[in-house]
Design a protein around this ligand. Structure first.
Ligand code: G6P
Length: 616
């Protein structure tokens, strides 16, 4: 949801900014732009389209300066045009600003600034802020050695309602950047005689692994020699330099066609990483270092609430199934965006979990804050160390699967399912699950990477099935129990990356509506794994066949289907219920991916989407 990057150092800034923007492109790809300080001038290049388009136009220009800022946009205020692309200049040309977030009171600000004679060249909310900075710069006297640049940004931000991650250049201050954040992420890379500022570490990991995460309400002042951080109330902040464990290979394609393909195929390793070090020595339960709850506190929990958005919400639904099934604790699942405004009645013995790959989704962060405001403990299942959600939660579990760059979530989802299975085990073993059942469960979870690997080996067959289905306009995904959320996830993956309309539905509910869609033109992907309700699932498939529907059936090796029921068949290895959702996800990821490839879609950057949604 907009990526921002800034550079202060000794190298030419333009190429470093463009490299950073390429790595942040998953955050938005409507337009891209850079601004570089060249002597006492700010030069700007900005273009609608991908970063590559900007890179071509920037190489024709002579950008020699060593201080600059860059932005890749996911449009909110104002259409996708060159004029609306960031950076935005103040009307006096003294400041350039990039912004991730939404300035909610921009209309009032703009009216005020128009009256003062400032002019506007775009329809964005951001341009009001850059002009407000210029206004304060002109207006404020310089007092007792303070930076006038920093002070005018601080004063301008006092009038802002909304969210922002911003970085600003000023023609009077060569080699300086002022940056600030409120609800939109910003991280500073501290390199060798250089600083790189970015929305996330992917953009700076090629230059340094030493980082400082900015907190909400903080302002950062970069100069060629140093950096300092203050709060909105002018208190000095002592920065904590963290070391990130991701390396540059994590953020590169390494021979794969796209990141989604890479991330699908690296799931066995990702699952190993997510479970490493998380089993008790006796082999019967899971351990977590960061829950910050005593076993007695955990035992007293009466209810759990899981919150998330998009794919993470589907992982919450699987968590509900596994925890209720194995730990026998009632679980509520809600969309984070709904929860934060619904004012749900809650029992005092409720514990919250939020699920978020990025740790920056604004709705999930808002829901976390709302639950904490009401005095509840909130734990986070999250993939991004140092993210807002990780920092603001009371404890949690990192997914440890490395950066996920493809916009459509794959390895982050299956690792969330794995952690959900471990949480269910952890709580179950404090309650009624026996030692022996715990040992069996642990063995099952440990087998997940190998089982996923076996499904991945079917990729060539699934690709053939995809070729035969790439021309359809509609598809159904049907499943029951823990595979109902996987049906939702299959439908979401397909519509996200191939633009085929798809619906996920509980298989038995099909007869209450979606069956009206069944026809030879609307194939149904049907999960029918081995289990107590296998025969009922087969009956539902037969209802589709009776109406001349086409079926892709995903079942367990060794299950016998009546003849003619499956037009296409995908087999899952037999497995424990705790890992079935993980194993069953792989075929629908592959199917969606190959269908999107057949249709020539840009799999890593689907239209209108962004990986990390930091606006409401
Ligand atoms: C966006 C992404 C989805 C993701 C959702 C939640 O909509 O496109 O793939 O599932 O945000 O993201 P989070 O980072 O909170 O898991």
């Amino acid at each position: 949801m907009c990526g921002i990057v800034g550079y202060v150092g000794k190298q030419k800034a333009a190429s470093i900014l463009i490299e950073g923007l390429k790595r942040l492109e998953y955050r938005g790809y409507d337009s891209a732009g850079i601004a570089v300080l060249q002597g006492a001038r700010i030069d700007v290049a900005k273009k609608t389209g991908r970063v590559d388009v900007l890179a071509k136009s920037a190489t024709r220009r002579r950008f020699t300066g060593a201080t600059g800022i860059g932005h890749t946009r996911w449009a909110t205020h104002g259409g996708v045009t060159d004029a609306n692309a960031h950076p935005h200049l103040s009307s006096d040309g003294k400041f350039a600003l990039i912004h991730n977030g939404v300035i909610e009171n921009h209309a009032g600000m703009k009216k005020f600034l128009l009256e003062k004679g400032y002019t506007f060249a775009s329809e964005t909310d951001t341009e009001a802020l850059v002009n407000l900075v210029a206004y304060h710069y002109e207006k404020e006297p310089v007092t007792d050695g303070k930076s006038r640049f920093l002070e005018s940004v601080r004063r301008a931000l006092m009038h802002v309602e909304g969210t922002y991650g911003i970085a600003i250049l000023c023609t009077d201050c060569p080699g300086e950047i002022v940056a600030a954040r409120k609800a939109s992420p910003l991280v500073l890379g501290v390199g060798d005689q250089e600083y790189i500022l970015a929305s996330d570490v992917a953009a700076l990991v090629s230059r340094t692994q030493n980082v400082v995460y900015l907190k909400d309400g903080e302002l950062l002042h970069l100069t060629p020699a140093n950096f300092s951080i203050i709060t909105q109330d002018e208190e000095d902040v002592s920065p904590v330099v963290d070391r990130i464990t991701w390396n540059i290979a994590d953020a590169e394609l390494g021979g794969y066609r796209c990141f989604m393909e890479k991330e699908i195929f690296e799931q066995p390793a990702a699952l190993e990483n997510a479970m490493r070090g998380r089993f008790a020595e006796d082999g019967s339960t899971a351990l977590f270092g960061g829950l910050n709850l005593t076993p007695a506190e955990l035992r007293q929990i009466g209810h759990l609430v899981f919150l998330g958005c998009g794919t993470a919400w589907h992982a919450c639904l699987v968590a509900e199934h596994l925890i209720e099934r194995f730990a026998r604790v009632p679980v509520e699942v809600d969309y984070a965006s709904e929860f934060r405004y619904r004012n749900t009645p809650l029992d005092r013995d409720t514990l919250f979990f939020v699920m978020s790959q990025s740790g920056e989704t604004i709705d999930t962060l808002g829901a976390l804050r709302e639950a904490r405001r009401k005095g509840f403990k909130v734990l986070a299942i999250n993939n991004t160390v140092g993210s807002s959600i990780a920092r603001e939660s009371d404890g949690g579990i990192y997914q440890h699967v490395g950066p996920e760059i493809g916009v459509a979530s794959t390895k982050a989802f299956t690792s969330q399912l794995l952690i959900a299975a471990l949480v269910a085990l952890h709580i179950a073993r404090m309650r009624d699950m026996s030692f022996n059942d715990g040992v069996e469960y642990v063995k099952a979870v440990k087998s997940a990477p190998a089982l996923v690997h076996r499904v991945l080996e079917q990729a060539p067959r699934i690709r053939e099935i995809a070729k035969r289905h790439a021309h359809y306009k509609d598809m159904l995904f049907l499943g029951r129990l823990s595979l109902f959320p996987i049906a939702l996830e299959g439908a979401l993956k397909l519509k996200e990356i191939s633009y085929i309309h798809a619906e996920g539905y509980p298989a038995a509910e099909m007869k209450h509506g979606p069956i009206a869609l069944v026809s030879p033109e609307c194939p149904a992907v049907f999960f029918a794994p081995k289990g107590e309700i296998f025969n009922k699932l087969v009956s539902s498939i037969q209802e589709i066949k009776a109406r001349h529907g086409k079926t892709i059936v995903i079942t367990t090796e060794g299950c016998e289907l009546p003849p003619g029921v499956a037009d296409e068949l995908i087999l899952l290895p037999d497995c424990h219920e705790a890992v079935l959702p993980i194993v069953a996800t792989i075929p629908v990821q592959l199917l969606s991916y190959y269908i999107a490839l057949e249709r020539g879609c840009d799999v890593d950057k689907p239209r209108n989407l962004a990986k990390s949604v930091t606006v409401e």
